[in-house]
Design a protein around this ligand. Structure first.
Ligand code: ACO
Length: 330
């Protein structure tokens, strides 16, 4: 069975972040760090932290409700739910399945994507392809994380970076020439060790020893990721923009993964895109991994900063090490 490819775009957005705020000054009391170091080295001022009894699907549910409301779509009309996360509620079933039940979207196919911070863009690409070819008509793509649960709060080199949040987008067929125009997805498995949780999987199952050695927490090689991030964001943006038949001057708004202000500034310089076209909220939320791009997207949508016909560049990097960049016409 063949079907003509349809244009697919974002028809609604939503987001949610827990109310509890953890400031740089709070962190000064927990590890050997300072507000000055965190602000100047990362751009982060504060982040949100979920309560201990809150799971990733709880944040995802709130973001999903907001996105569905803005798209005027009912949960029962969803055909597909994709959740991008590195902090699933549990190993399995997938968080999308748990969300399908809590949302009341019984008719939706549901699966997770585990590509770290790049997951939301991968989710848009995967759901977009399934909608473009059919048989699905309405998809919910969510990036949701409770990174506070996998953060080693004794490790100053990583614990100052992360926060909890969720962001969601509803995808549906749109007018020809609108929506997703192109993307560049990729992975460098040679650098897989740069960002990982070593224990708890089949390679190193959980044991008293792995817990004692704090191997269930995220570890990372910050400087290595920094270099990769700047390079991959710049190269994949050039590729995606060219695949869309556009040039950098056509890009109205860039939403980069919110990991480090210095990474964003360096990528902007390489791409020669004026910095005022970059949007974000890193100062207030820190790095929320797969939630970071949809959280920032929802913010600019609600501020009415995106207008019909605008070209958006979503630009992410993350565990893998992976990259995912997408161009959309709003
Ligand atoms: N407070 C004070 N000092 C610190 C802290 C801290 N929180 N963390 C590290 N330092 C110290 C180091 O110990 C080091 O001290 P030394 O020179 O005496 O050895 C010094 O600061 C410099 O450390 P670097 O690691 O070289 O600092 P850098 O400028 O590279 O900044 C950072 C570190 C912020 C982690 C940066 O490399 C970065 O942002 N990398 C990317 C990280 C990232 O994006 N990770 C996640 C990506 S994927 C995902 O989002 C899940």
């Amino acid at each position: 069975m063949t079907r003509d490819l349809r244009s697919v775009g974002i028809v609604g957005t939503g987001s949610y972040a827990p109310s509890r705020v953890l400031t740089n000054f709070d962190l000064e009391k927990m590890v050997d760090t300072s507000d000055e170091w965190i602000r100047t080295r990362t751009g982060i001022v504060e982040r949100r932290i979920a309560d201990p009894d809150v799971a990733t699907s709880t944040l995802a549910l709130a973001a999903a409700h907001a996105a569905l409301e803005s798209a005027c779509v009912k949960p029962e009309d969803l055909d597909l739910i994709v959740v991008a996360t590195v902090t699933p509620d549990m190993f399995f079933p997938c968080t999308a399945s748990i969300l399908q039940q809590s949302l009341g979207a019984a008719g939706a196919t549901a699966f997770d994507i585990l590509v770290g911070c790049t997951g939301f863009v991968y989710g848009l690409a995967a759901a977009g392809a399934l909608l473009a070819t059919g048989p699905y008509d309405r998809a919910l793509v969510i990036g949701a994380e409770t990174l506070s649960k996998i953060t080693d709060w004794q490790d100053r080199s990583s614990c100052v970076l992360f926060g909890d949040a969720a962001g969601a987008a509803v995808l549906a067929p749109v007018a020809d020439g609108r929506g997703i125009l192109s993307y560049s997805l990729g992975n460098d498995g040679a650098n897989a060790d740069a960002l990982k949780i070593p224990a708890g999987g089949s390679r190193m199952p959980s044991s008293e020893e792995t817990v004692a050695n704090r191997l269930h927490y995220l570890i990372m090689n910050g400087p290595e990721i920094f270099k990769f991030a700047v390079r991959s964001m710049a190269e994949s943006s050039v590729e995606a923009v060219s695949r869309a038949g556009l040039s950098m001057s056509d890009i109205d708004i860039v939403i980069p993964h919110q990991a480090n202000l210095r990474i964003i500034e360096a990528a902007a310089k390489r791409l020669n895109i004026p910095y005022d076209r970059f949007v974000g909220n890193l100062d207030r939320y820190g790095n929320t991994s797969a939630a970071s791009i949809p959280l920032a997207l929802d913010e600019v949508v609600r501020q009415r900063r995106i207008h019909p016909g605008n070209h958006l560049l979503l630009c992410s990097f993350g565990a893998g090490l992976s990259w995912g960049t997408m161009v959309l016409r709003w």
